[in-house]
Each structure stands twice: as structure tokens, then as C-alpha cells.
Design a protein around this ligand. Structure first.
Ligand code: ATP
Length: 679
């Protein structure tokens, strides 16, 4: 709080009112953040800096935030960084005149490509002083790199990276300086270092997106008060601003829309100006696992709830606006989403645009609408459908469908949409209505068509026996089990992006074992033996720790793979081999625990386990179990499938694994509510 109260001084004399925010100023803030682990301090550094941006150059607030969260644009735009190590090394070499060999040797020694870049930069002599980087310039440069496609794109990406790197740390260039001593001061503000980490897609400052969101709210509230000549805001004012921004962002997760609106209309008017809007996907609500029906009854005691079938397909959010609706559609729509009736998109669990994967759904969509249904956002599951037997097919069938440029006439795997929630209807957001009300609206707005569109089956009952019957029936209907949801009151509101206590999943195969499968990231592999000599025979897997942005090892796995799958995995993974583990891999350094090869953290696998145990060989959730350096590990893990719809940073978190472990350790005991870690 002392930090918050200070901060009217100008630490950057070069940065004048209205002038672009110097990138060096942002990097200084990054390095302050990197040097502390205290959340409140991180928050204060962040919000102080944003206040300064608001005071001097409010037009740069948006790119500043985007660089802080390391996302150039909202998720649904599909614009991403995460550039591979080899391209970055090439660019560092070429922009600093050092050979690739030297760069590689440095990388081997230092292990952090950002620091390698900083070091290369600081030993370089330049003839002329390059122009200093600005936040908006860096954002533009990165945007260009991220969006390059087509022939020769690699070369152009390298050129783009070189351009940024050769202007980095301009203030140090040409002074014959000794440069930044990266060994003494790892946190030193080097632009090259942060540019490289940004390119890699991992800033690793310990700065969570949620913290940035709170910092933005605080900065705006402070700024608005000072503009109106008022006293600094009270804790209540700050809390009010935070809750406004959190709510608005959960309905409309796009800083591109929110920031201009808040600058124009002020935070008090933001809820009115920025609402859920068709075309901007919200993050879906998720469920907590449960191990038994009795656990469900314990949690929902005395409340009315519903048990819906849990269909095994792909989560989808369908957005639609009819041409004759007064509602605005927020994004551009590909040809797949255009029809005589209106415009539409279908988004994945990660807000990826799936319109080109499901042109058949979008083409038929208008025929499922009742007359008055003019605009909506629908939460549903797309499931592979057997047209002859008239029943759902396993998830694996759906995965054989192509992801892009699917032509409606070539489609072999038919899908049926199972709708279970309605989040927006005819100009109104429904997220703060009860599930009972939303379900009623859903059922009144659409017409089911066999094998194309229908509502998720459900039963509303509080009886254990009845629930057991529903569970058995759902399994007979090729579903995974049940989704149990609160029906009334605020607890039944739709909570975007939350893994909520108010949605519980009961899977048929939970009933023994650990409750839920895990989604883990492949970090390394061991060469096969015997029959498996030409492929990898076992793999090192990790979970994700969102607060430190690290991957924590959790097990070795060699079971559940067919020979064909092993071959396919070998082809896929051998393209992603790296020479040494990344600095953001938390793993055991014991000699026996090193895999034969390391990979870029890229692929997510679904894995089942018999139970969880503590082990000194792994790092998963070590901070949560506090067992003297021991992490949690899976016993008898078994490969289930590739999770192509999940990115590595959406893998199961250490905290979730700790929860599973604690639950296992206290079977039968009522532990009370656990903490939500999804934002
Ligand atoms: P899982 O591997 O169990 O799908 P997940 O992390 O993807 O895990 P969860 O919240 O655990 O998601 O489970 C909910 C998922 O189940 C939803 O994302 C959705 O795809 C699917 N689903 C199927 N039927 C329903 C339903 N009736 N209501 C909600 N979600 C459903």
C-alpha cells in the first residue's frame, strides 16, 4: 500500500505526456515484478505503472496490458506467440553477428534464451544508436511476427524478430559499455530478454492474468479520482472497480473492446456499455469432479438440482445474430458462418473458432430456430452421430473429423448438437438468471431435429436410487456419466471460466480409482527397448503451475499405447525435441530421473491413474503438500488419448492434483469447499 500511495514521481524523464510509452519503462516494471514473489507487491508495481500510462499516454493502455499478459489479442482471434527455440536462436545470432554455434553454446550454459539474448546484445558494438523501442512499436512488431503465414514465413519471422532485437536496449548501445552483467543481476531490465521471453510465449514473471486485471481496475479507479480532483479512492471504491471489471471481463473477455469503452465512458458506466455480445466467446463454466453419488448428495443437500447426461464430444459455444435483429455481431464471420438468415460462429472450449470444422452445423442452424429467436449464445456439446443406429458414437469418431476447411459434402462423421445452456437471447445476457429459467428459455427457443440438434437429457431428482438409474441410463446411451447442476438461486447462475462447485460431474469410471482423469503435458521421452527400439517407449509427463508458469513433472508413463499410437507419437514429438529442459520445467535433477530427450511443452495427453502418492522424483504440487521436497506422483498411469482441444497451459494444475490427493487421503471425511483455481 505504501507503493500504491507513492508513484506520482516520473522515473522516466524521456516519456512525456502523449508520447508513446517507452518499452524500457515496461521492462523496468517487469524486472521489479520478477524480483518479488509477494502478490501484493506484484500487484502494486503493475497498477502503479498502469496509472502512469493512464496519466501520460492513455492510448497506450491497451498494448501495455496486452504485453503484460503476453497475449497480443483476445483468445478468439487465434493470434498467438510461442515461437520455437530454433527460430529465435537464429534471429539472435543474425541480429548480433554471433554464430549460431556460439548462441547454442550459451544456451547450453545459461539455459534461458532470454538471458542469452540479453548477453549477446550487451557485448555487441554498434555503429549508430538505434531508436528506442516503444510499447506500441513492440506490440506491432510482435503482431506482424505472429500473423505471418504462407511461403517463406519462417524467414520473414526471423527478420521480424531481428528487427526488434536490434533496437532492443538502444540506450546501452554504442557506449562501449560492459553491458548487463546477467550473471550478477538476473533480474536486470533488459529489453532483449523480455522480447525473447514474450516471443517464447512465457514471460515467467509470476504475474497472473488475474493480477493484471485487478491492477487495471485499480489504476483506472485511481486515475478517475485524480482527474475529478477527488481524494485517492477508498478500499471500497477499489473493490467496486475490481468487481465491475471482473464481471465485465467474464462476460466479454476482450481488452480490445473493454479498454476503449472504459476510457470513453468511465468505470461506473462499464457494466452498461460492455455486455456479453454475440461474436465474443466467453470462457465456459466447468465442473468439479466427484467420486460418488453420495458425495453429490452431501454437497447439494437440501437444494434442488438436475442431473444431465454428460455427452462425450467436444464443447462448443454457438453464437448467432439474425440479419433482422437489432443486435451487433462483434467479430468478422467466415463464409462458413454466413447464411440467408444471419451470421454465426462456433467456438471451442478455448475460444478457438471452429466454424471451418463444423460448416454443416452452421448451415443447418437456422432451421432449428423458433420464429422469435433472433440472436443467441448457446452452450452445447457436439457429438458424433450414427445415422443408421440413431445413437451417439464414441468421442474417438469425432476426432477423425478434419479440423479445417471441411466441405459440407465431404463430411463422413455426422454430428449432433446436444444443447445444455443458453447464455444470451434476443439482446439479453442470461448468465445471472437461474438455470431453471435459462433451461426454460432454451427449450422455448429451439426446435429439436433428430440426429442434428437436441436438448441434453436430464432428470430432476434428489433420490439416490433415481440418480443411480439415471447414471446407468446415461452410460447405456454412450455418455460418460452425469453433470449435476444447481437449479435455483444465485448458485445456479452461469459462472464463466469457473470450475464451479455448482456443477459436479459424476463419471461412470470414477466410481473406483481417483475420481477424474488428468490432462498432462509431455516434456520428455525414453528410448524404447525390445520391440519398441525405433520409437519412444516411455514418457515424462507434467502438470501446470499457473502462478509460477512452470511445468511440474508428475510421472513416467509407458502403458496404454498401441504400437500404431507409439509410432504416431514418435513422428509428432521428434519434431519438437530441444537440447535441454526449459528453465520453466520443474523437474528432479537426479541422474536417474533424466529422460533421453526433452521436448517443447506442446502436447496434452489425457491420462488415468490408480491413485496418487508422494515421491521425491517428481515436483507436482510440491508447494501444496509441503512434504520436504516431495511432489505428488501418479501410480500406474495409463494413456487414454491426445487432448487436441487443450493447450499446455490448460493442463491439469498442481493445485487440482493436490486436491485429488487430499481427497484420496481423507476418503469419507467431509473436507468442505475447496478453492477454485480456474479464473
Ligand atoms: P472432461 O475431461 O471431463 O471433459 P473438462 O476439463 O474438459 O473435463 P469438465 O468441466 O471437467 O471439462 O467437464 C465438463 C465437460 O463435459 C464440458 O466441458 C463439456 O464439454 C462436457 N459436457 C457434456 N455434457 C454436458 C452437460 N450436459 N453439461 C455440461 N457439460 C457437458
Amino acid at each position: 500500500s505504501t507503493l500504491l500511495k507513492s508513484g506520482t514521481k516520473d522515473p522516466y524523464p524521456d516519456w512525456k505526456v502523449g508520447e508513446p510509452v517507452p518499452y524500457a519503462a515496461l521492462c523496468t516494471t517487469f524486472s521489479k515484478i520478477e524480483m518479488t514473489t509477494k502478490r501484493l507487491e506484484i500487484l502494486a508495481h503493475c497498477s502503479l505503472f498502469l496509472r502512469q500510462v493512464l496519466r501520460l499516454t492513455p492510448n497506450d493502455l491497451l498494448p501495455t496490458i496486452q504485453l503484460m499478459i503476453n497475449k497480443l489479442a483476445a483468445d478468439y482471434t487465434g493470434i498467438e506467440l510461442g515461437i520455437g527455440e530454433s527460430l529465435i536462436m537464429k534471429a539472435i545470432g543474425e541480429s548480433t553477428g554471433r554464430s549460431l554455434q556460439v548462441i547454442k553454446a550459451d544456451q547450453n550454459e545459461i539455459g534461458d534464451l532470454g538471458l542469452v539474448a540479453a548477453k549477446s546484445r550487451s557485448t555487441q558494438r554498434t555503429m549508430f544508436k538505434p531508436k528506442a523501442l516503444t510499447v506500441r512499436g513492440v506490440h506491432e512488431g510482435l503482431m506482424a511476427i505472429a500473423t505471418i503465414e504462407g511461403q517463406g514465413s519462417q524467414g520473414r519471422k526471423v527478420a521480424g524478430i531481428m528487427k526488434l532485437l536490434s533496437s532492443a536496449d538502444a540506450h546501452l548501445a554504442g557506449k562501449g559499455n560492459k553491458g548487463i552483467d546477467i550473471t550478477e543481476d538476473k533480474g536486470g531490465p533488459s529489453e532483449a530478454k523480455y522480447i525473447v521471453r514474450t516471443l517464447e510465449g512465457k514471460l515467467r514473471l509470476g504475474l497472473a492474468e488475474k493480477t493484471v486485471l485487478v491492477a487495471v481496475a485499480q489504476a483506472i479507479v485511481f486515475h478517475e479520482a485524480s482527474q475529478k480532483g477527488k481524494k485517492p479512492p477508498s478500499t471500497d471504491d477499489l473493490a467496486k472497480g475490481e468487481s465491475t471489471l471482473k464481471f465485465v471481463y467474464s462476460e466479454l473477455p476482450s481488452y480490445e473492446v473493454i479498454i476503449p469503452a472504459v476510457l470513453e465512458h468511465g468505470i461506473d458506466n462499464l457494466r452498461e456499455k460492455c455486455k456479453l455480445q454475440p461474436g465474443v466467446p466467453l470462457k465456459p463454466m466447468l465442473a468439479k469432479p466427484t467420486k460418488s453419488i453420495t458425495e453429490v448428495l452431501d454437497r447439494f443437500e437440501g437444494k434442488d438440482f438436475t442431473c444431465e447426461y454428460k455427452y462425450d464430444g467436444e464443447r462448443a459455444q454457438i453464437h448467432f445474430v439474425a440479419h433482422d435483429s437489432p443486435d451487433q455481431y462483434a467479430t468478422e464471420v467466415s463464409s462458413a458462418g454466413k447464411s440467408e438468415k444471419g451470421v454465426s460462429n462456433i467456438f471451442s472450449r478455448n475460444s478457438e473458432d471452429l466454424s471451418k470444422k463444423y460448416p454443416d452445423i452452421l448451415a443447418k442452424l437456422p432451421t432449428w430456430l423458433k420464429d422469435g429467436t433472433k440472436s443467441f449464445v448457446l452452450d452445447c456439446e457436439t457429438v458424433a452421430w450414427d445415422t443408421e443406429q440413431k445413437k451417439v458414437l464414441p468421442f474417438q469418431q469425432l476426432m477423425t473429423r478434419k479440423r479445417k476447411d471441411v466441405k459440407a459434402e465431404d463430411i463422413k462423421v455426422k454430428v449432433c448438437v446436444f444443447a445444455f445452456d443458453l447464455l444470451y437471447l434476443n439482446g439479453e445476457a442470461l448468465v445471472t438468471k437461474t438455470l431453471r429459467e435459462r433451461r426454460e428459455l432454451l427449450r422455448n427457443s429451439f426446435i429439436p431435429v433428430e440426429g442434428e440438434f437436441t436438448f441434453a437429457s436430464y432428470g430432476d431428482t434428489n433420490e439416490l436410487d433415481q440418480i443411480q438409474i439415471l447414471l446407468d441410463e446415461s452410460v447405456k446411451a454412450s455418455c460418460e456419466g452425469l453433470m449435476v447442476k444447481m437449479l435455483d438461486g444465485t448458485e445456479s447462475h452461469y459462472e464463466p471460466s469457473r470450475r464451479s462447485q455448482n456443477w459436479l460431474k459424476v463419471k461412470k469410471d470414477y466410481l473406483q480409482g481417483v475420481g477424474d482423469s488428468l490432462d498432462l503435458v509431455v516434456l520428455g521421452a525414453y528410448f524404447g527397448k525390445g520391440k519398441r527400439t525405433s520409437v519412444y517407449g516411455a514418457f515424462l509427463l507434467a502438470c501446470y503451475n499457473p502462478s509460477s508458469q512452470t511445468y511440474e513433472t508428475v510421472c513416467n508413463i509407458g502403458t496404454g499405447f498401441s504400437e500404431a499410437v507409439l509410432e504416431e507419437l514418435h513422428t509428432q514429438l521428434s519434431e519438437n525435441v530441444i537440447e535441454r529442459p526449459k528453465p520453466f520445467y520443474a523437474h528432479s535433477t537426479g541422474n536417474k530421473d533424466q529422460p533421453d530427450v526433452w521436448f517443447e511443452a506442446k502436447f496434452v495427453w489425457e491420462v488415468k491413474t490408480a491413485d496418487l502418492t508422494l515421491s521425491p522424483r517428481y515436483r507436482a504440487a510440491a508447494e501444496h503438500v509441503g512434504g520436504g521436497g516431495k511432489g505428488i506422483s501418479l501410480r500406474f498411469p495409463r494413456f487414454i488419448k491426445l487432448r487436441e482441444d487443450k493447450k499446455p497451459d490448460q493442463a491439469t494444475t498442481g493445485r487440482q492434483i493436490a486436491e485429488m490427493y487430499q481427497k484420496q487421503e481423507s476418503v469419507g471425511k467431509n473436507k468442505g469447499p475447496s478453492v477454485d483455481d480456474d479464473f
